[in-house]
Design a protein around this ligand. Structure first.
Ligand code: HEC
Length: 136
């Protein structure tokens, strides 16, 4: 007799099957009634293309019309990039701030447009916004 037949006859097969079925049903019910990612937000839903309210990011609406340098400067200030990318007493955004971590110390890089040591020497297209806009 095969091992499967022995298992079926012993009754353990049906116990295991019942447990698996219960787990599957539980997962299915949970998936059906799970809250959606936007359920926390009230209000009427509209298609993104039909949205005409204020900018949900909180950025000033007139910022959409400004040049990339002005926008980059705004974002750098809003995101407070300087807090980590400025060493104590150092030039803003020039890096060198030490992060003492359990596995060692890392230093924030220079994210200015400096041709020798700045990160923008690689390519500004890989940056989230033009770092060349930084005021140094
Ligand atoms: C909480 C601290 C912190 C803040 C805030 C922060 N950074 Fe950084 N950033 C770091 C650290 C630390 C590294 C280096 C990570 C590493 O060495 O792996 C880094 C790396 C980078 C790099 C990669 C440089 C390279 O040579 O690859 C860029 C670009 C960068 N940051 C840009 C920004 C910008 C733009 C902002 C603001 C929007 C910002 N960072 C805000 C800590 C920070």
């Amino acid at each position: 007799m095969s091992r499967l037949r022995t298992l079926v006859k012993s009754g353990r097969f049906w116990t295991i099957t019942a447990i698996l079925a219960a787990v599957l049903i539980g997962v299915a019910v949970r998936a059906l009634y799970e809250p959606g990612p936007m359920d926390f937000a009230g209000g009427r839903r509209v298609a993104l293309s039909a949205y005409s309210g204020v900018n949900p990011t909180g950025a000033p609406t007139d910022l959409g019309q400004v040049d990339p340098i002005t926008r980059g400067r705004y974002l750098a200030v809003a995101a407070d990039c300087a807090v980590c990318h400025t060493a104590q007493g150092g030039r803003p955004f020039a890096g060198g701030y030490a992060f003492h971590l359990p596995f060692g110390t890392i230093y924030s890089p220079n994210i200015t447009s400096d041709k020798e040591t700045g990160t923008t020497r690689a390519s500004t297209s890989t940056l989230p916004f033009p770092m060349t806009a930084l005021p140094i």
